[in-house]
Design a protein around this ligand. Structure first.
Ligand code: THU
Length: 128
């Protein structure tokens, strides 16, 4: 758990473009060098083309050459801390493995767990 990372996720959340759901999400992923890469959800009128905060964050980082990640924080305004959606779990597993995940809300409440807890028995390249 990193205070800098949760603060970055909370700040990134404010950039969310979520006019349809009004559900703002921020994510901040840390790489092996300690650099933080942020993302927010960006919605589309077709709904289905919406991209979650977590995927924006990791794809932004990967597009800049980053390949190794240590932890991610996900911020949303919910009393029950918001976990990553199924699609994001699959993407995180593929590119970040059993990464540490910290969920945080606007009250500053947090929970830290491993992706394998949320996403057991994942399908991945090892089966191909
Ligand atoms: N959303 C995320 O960005 N991350 C999640 O883990 C859950 C859902 C976004 C997608 C959509 O813009 C809004 O939250 C409501 O589903």
């Amino acid at each position: 758990m990193s205070q800098a990372l949760t603060a970055s996720a909370l700040a990134a959340r404010l950039h969310a473009h979520a006019p349809y759901s009004k559900f703002l999400v921020g994510a901040a992923i840390e790489d092996e060098n300690g650099a933080i890469h942020t993302g927010c959800n960006i919605e589309n009128a077709t709904y289905g083309l919406t991209v979650c905060a977590e995927r924006i964050a990791i794809f932004k980082a990967m597009s800049e050459g980053v390949r190794h990640f240590t932890r991610i924080a996900i911020a949303a305004d919910t009393d029950t801390l918001t976990p990553p959606c199924g699609a994001c779990r699959q993407i995180l597993w593929e590119f970040a493995g059993d990464i540490e995940i910290t969920l945080v809300n606007l009250k500053g409440q947090t929970e830290t767990l491993r992706l394998s807890t949320l996403f057991p028995r994942a399908f991945d390249a090892s089966f191909i």
